[in-house]
Design a protein around this ligand. Sequence first.
Ligand code: SAM
Ligand code: SF4
Ligand code: SF4
Length: 379
Amino acid sequence: MGEKIIAITDLRRTPAPAGARPPASGLAAGDARLDLLGRHLGDLRISVTDRCNFRCRYCMPREVFDTRHAFLPHAALLSFEEIARLARLFADAGVAKLRLTGGEPLLRKNLEHLVAMLAELRTPAGAPLDLALTTNGSLLARKARSLKAAGLRRVTVSLDAIDDDVFRAMNDVGFAVEDVLEGIDAALAAGLGPVKVNMVVKKGTNDRQVVPLARALAARYGDGVVLRFIEFMDVGSTNGWRLDDVLPSQDVLAQLREIGELEPLEANADGETAQRWRFRDGGQEIGLISSVTRAFCGSCTRARLSTDGQLFLCLFGTHGHDLRALLRGGASDADIAATIDQVWAGRGDRYSALRSAATAAAHERAAGERRVEMHYIGG
Ligand code: SAM
Ligand code: SF4
Ligand code: SF4
């Protein structure tokens, strides 16, 4: 049983400006929605498609996600109007950051239209939301300008190696590194910087790419790109995760010290997942996302909306809460807002904090259920 936390209102908050819309739930603007562990609802990740043009072995291994795999039919997907309506209600409930993801979000047709709709949203205090997108970069060179024009603020690009053979093997569709780099070039040129680049490090696969990737990005972009290393996680049930394949962030850091001296930086946002470092001389920023060796559940402010409108409270969730049924069943804004509040208030998820080396497999067996796949709820 989780500890009961009683939400209190911070009276030091500045009042909402005149004309700001009151939240649909009826709670006052600025009231924090706290879950069972006292975490507020701050971010929403929205998966706009469960499809992808890559078959990264750690995410959508091709043996599983082959031509026989049943992806969601179009009618099951939330429409842009449905996503925008939910995002507005989440903003009312305290969400200040939205991230579009997937699957590969740039595969969703006319995504710019959705970006434009989300860019219109405001927090109860009247501020625009921080609107970002995570992409494999394959379509970014073509899309960066129109995304920026529609109101996107930032992009995160996944790139797991600078060596073409290693990268092609990891994405498993033979996609070339240079094409992703051209996507990053275009994002920077369009004003979507600083671009974050995510590298998932898998021992024995791309762990020798840590230093070469850091050097190559520094040479091409200087401090225009923040490189983040993510520990390979046991998300979903299909990627054959083994603890032995995880390269701990501390080992990544030790490798990076070959390049130069690093100094730690302060976390720059509430709910920040990465421990931040910077090279003393070059200024390039590095992030370490240590989901396995140093869980950050205590500050996890993220909710996830699946492609078909299920609300998940944790990346390792097994069940979603069906918001699409409410949307399509004619629920009012107040009803949906009340559901969001209620679901968040009952959240006690902290999978990574509970995971331990020896118990990960036991957890899975104990749960007796398949965890949801990452491309469906959004990474
Ligand atoms: N397709 C887009 C992309 O790759 O950037 C967005 C979706 S992807 C699921 C989001 C992020 O999750 C990517 O940075 C990806 O590398 C990361 N990811 C996927 N599977 C992972 C795993 N098993 N462990 C750690 N990170 C993973
Ligand atoms: Fe696709 Fe992203 Fe998953 Fe790779 S990590 S298979 S690019 S959704
Ligand atoms: Fe958040 Fe769940 Fe990840 Fe913990 S395991 S940081 S609660 S998503």
